[in-house]
Design a protein around this ligand. Structure first.
Ligand SMILES: Cc1ncc(COP(=O)(O)O)c(C=O)c1O
Length: 470
């Protein structure tokens, strides 16, 4: 358990892909805990790793001041207010959102999405259009829409490349001329296939009368989101996905001219300017505070500023280029590693163009007999080597339903035959394995990590048949 493999991969990397030592050096200075623990971390879409310097900087900040609950004039409270306000400003500046958006701090991207679901004015006349590639925290908004009698519709994906089907999208965006309060939601980058969906869709949807919710949680860790150029109405973000620390914080960016459209159905501490007990009325605050229920995470919020500075010092465009280099290498290996009989070792889903995607890959490992090994087996073997990948459906069932060729009839039979169910019930019921393995790379990934992973797969599964592990 835990023994690292020697690098025996015979396939040559294109040298220009890794000529820049910057990221290799960064790995040693900021992420030394990886080497020290002998771990290979390939789950960056799950969560980024925290660089040493931002943790140290934040601990210094905490130890050098006294910070009380904001919203008071006492000195410790004022200190917190100053730092929270500064951080909010730095988030807005980072995304080019300074003039046009509010930044609402939330617990994570899901909490940001929930605000939109709960407060968007869905009604019997409204429609929620969303791509089949979406995280469950976006999929779940359909339940708010249904509760208010609204209609929801999915835009399907292409089987071949997992991009949004252009014709279906056109039909969806054009199809609801009479409806009012129409919300279109899509992810800037898929948390499963890594595909970057075109941000031009925002303007296209606007032109056809839609409000746009951009789930940027998987996009912003390695790509620039410039809100001076693209203007979605609502944007969800989780900060730990960008720079690892702190966890438990995200934000909802709300375009100022769509702020009043969100109808908050209740009030809480910190969200009102005036409220009465003996009279039923209340006044909500007229800015971000309206959606920040109770006390914000005032001790951790200032750490976001350090994280953003860390990314800015490296340059998000440099991070994007680095990811594209890693992608090119990964795609080459996925396509070329073979069993001795010529059968490929990987069944890899989605586009093969490194430019069209972020650093997230899904695949299954295949035996020499052409059948796929259960993803649980691959994960278990990877765990034994201290390699962190993720398996399953990744809270994005739409992608998996496409990849696994699941039919609507099968889903209907499954859901109508029971009150509750799990992945294992599904496999028994339909007799089909679903799910895949996800490998995702980030700022701290080196070629050596990828080679260790491919060595592991080759040593464990090359020339083996699926029955060999039963
Ligand atoms: C695209 C996308 N949206 C939303 C989420 C939810 O983020 P969180 O779990 O931080 O709320 C994730 C998490 O992986 C994601 O990748």
């Amino acid at each position: 358990m835990g023994k690292l493999l020697r690098k025996t991969n015979p396939i040559k990397v294109q040298p220009e892909l890794f000529e820049n030592d910057f990221f290799e050096n960064l790995r040693h200075t900021e992420y030394a805990n990886l080497e020290e623990s002998g771990q290979i971390y390939l789950d960056f879409t799950g969560g980024n790793l925290y660089p040493k310097s931002i943790v140290e900087k934040h601990f210094k900040y905490l130890l050098s001041g006294v910070y009380g609950n904001p919203h008071s004039t006492n000195p410790s409270s004022q200190q917190s207010t100053i730092h929270v306000d500064e951080t909010r400003q730095s988030v807005l500046d980072y995304f080019g959102a300074t003039d046009d958006y509010y930044c609402v701090f939330t617990a994570n991207a899901s909490a940001a999405l929930q605000i939109v679901g709960e407060c968007y004015p869905f009604s019997q006349e409204s429609v929620f259009l969303l791509t089949a590639d979406n995280h469950n925290s976006v999929n779940g908004i359909r339940e708010y829409c249904k509760l208010k009698g609204g209609h929801y519709q999915y835009v399907q994906l292409n089987y071949e490349d997992l991009k949004i089907n252009a014709q279906k999208l056109e039909e969806g965006l054009n199809g609801f001329e009479k409806e009012t309060n129409k919300l279109f939601a899509f992810p800037g980058q898929s948390n499963v296939s890594g595909i970057k969906h075109p941000l031009e869709l925002i303007e296209k949807a606007h032109e056809k009368g839609w409000d746009v919710l951009l789930d940027a949680a998987a996009f912003v860790p390695t790509s620039k989101l410039d809100l001076t150029r693209y203007k979605p109405d609502y944007v969800s973000v989780s900060f730990y996905k960008i720079f690892g620390y702190p966890t438990g914080l995200g934000c909802l960016l709300v375009k100022k001219d769509k702020f009043a459209k969100l109808k908050k159905p209740w009030f809480a501490g910190g969200t009102v300017t005036w409220v009465s007990v003996n009279y039923e009325s209340y006044f909500l605050t007229e800015n971000h505070e309206r959606f920040e229920n109770g006390t914000v995470n005032y001790l951790d919020i200032p750490a976001i500023k350090n994280g953003l500075e860390f990314i800015q010092n490296i340059g998000i465009d440099n991070i994007s280029s680095r990811i594209k280099s890693l992608n090119a290498y990964l795609i080459h290996q996925f396509e070329n590693l073979k069993h001795s009989n010529g059968e490929t070792l990987f069944n890899f889903f989605g586009t093969k163009n490194p430019e069209e995607k972020g650093g997230t890959f899904i695949f299954n490992v295949k035996g020499a007999d052409g059948k796929q090994f259960p993803f649980e087996l691959v994960e278990q073997k990877a765990n034994e080597r201290l390699i962190s990948v993720r398996t399953g459906c990744f809270c994005n069932p739409g992608i998996d339903e496409v990849n696994s060729c699941v039919t609507t009839d099968e889903l209907a039979e499954f859901y109508t035959s029971r009150d509750h169910g799990s992945y294992h019930d599904w496999v028994t019921f339909v007799g089909k394995i679903r799910g895949a393995i996800r490998l995702s790379v980030g700022i701290a990934t080196t070629q050596s990590d990828l080679d260790t992973f491919f060595d592991f797969v080759t040593e464990t599964f090359k020339d083996k048949n699926t029955q060999d592990f039963i």
